[in-house]
Design a protein around this ligand. Sequence first.
Ligand code: AKG
Length: 435
Amino acid sequence: MSFLKQFAHKSTSAKRLASAYLSKFNSKSNTADSQLKGNITILLRQERQNVAGLCKVYFQLSLNTDHINEQQKLEMQVLSGDDELGRFSIANNDISQENWLAINTHKLNNGKHKLTLQLLLDKKPQLYNSFTISINNEGPLANKVSNSLKQSNSPTIIYKDCNSRLFDFQNEDLKPWFDKSNAHQRLEQKTEEHPIAKQYKSEFESFLTHGFMVLENILDDKFIENINRDIDDAVKKKVQGYEEGSSQRIMGLHNSYKHIHQLWKQAKVIQILEQIFEDAVRPCQTLTYVYGSQQSYHQDTVHLTPFPAGYMCGVWVALEDIKAGSGELRVLKGSHRLPRIYRDTSNCPQVIDNQWDEFSQTVDKEWQRLIAEHKFEEMSYLAKKGDILIWHENLMHGGSVRVDNNQSRRSIVSHYFAQGALGFYDSSGLPAVLD
Ligand SMILES: O=C(O)CCC(=O)C(=O)O
């Protein structure tokens, strides 16, 4: 079975992956004096040939292991020309399954790079395969991030685990303006510089003080009607096994529904986020809810993790007038100033193969402890259709209990990262999939 077909048969998400990963780099021959026979197949998303941030590369080894004994060491070396960018050990169960590595592209210069994966046995080259990427990390934020990653010796190649330990989260110079002590002064300045900051000044004030802003009446009824029609179709087709009436969320509908895709890239929202990030914006995912999520209070930081901290926002869009008792979105005002919880700082295990139980229990205790130690005012968000709430990466938010189980609460959450930042999912250790 071909590599692509193996992906396609694994699961629904793997099917999506297979169709997203269009460029396949077939194996080259063994090096002259290699002891091992086999090949390395590389899969790369086509659009990632113009890459920024963390670039995920899938590879698979097909190898006859008969000639390897237990004492021998298999490693993968990643090279740019003759320069080694990184190397990591290959365990027995890494052979014949799909593996991934992430290229920390901010560590490399912009432009084209021919990269090679080379398999080593006891440090001797065995097999290799090459691919080309074109790196494009541009703008003041990308430059700052690049410098920080170089200074802190962040690895250029990350194997199977992106996590907060790999990046210098203590670097004060990387703080975004809205997390600095002079943020209100900076906002005054921004209102002189940009009409969006001027128009939404009080909303920006709320973002600084409370960790979220509410924007009323941003989307028109006709557009929302079309989005709701998309959702009706997904519900009818039971996309992702969706059960009518449940609190289940449907992920990634922007990939298959036109109007949800338009919402994901809605110009007004992007313009406001550009003012928050002071950088271009990269959309990440969409989560569609037909009924209230009933999620307990949480920060997104450990799930959708930007480096530098702060350069990610959640955007919550009301697709109907939200009724009390429907499981309204709720937020804790000012909780964005709480410490950030990462997997590493809270001793949570990495989530592998969707095994969330231990991770969720551990991190949830941390969040509830932090909330109990402080006093925050709660806001239940009774939005009107077409209203939008933008939250700071670290704001505590969740869904209230559904008192009336028959009452729908249609909404879509999308997450956005600043273009010059890098994004990963600290909980699972994966690089973020960004547009
Ligand atoms: O809409 C809600 O109730 C909360 C959504 C949320 O926080 C999430 O999906 O991560």
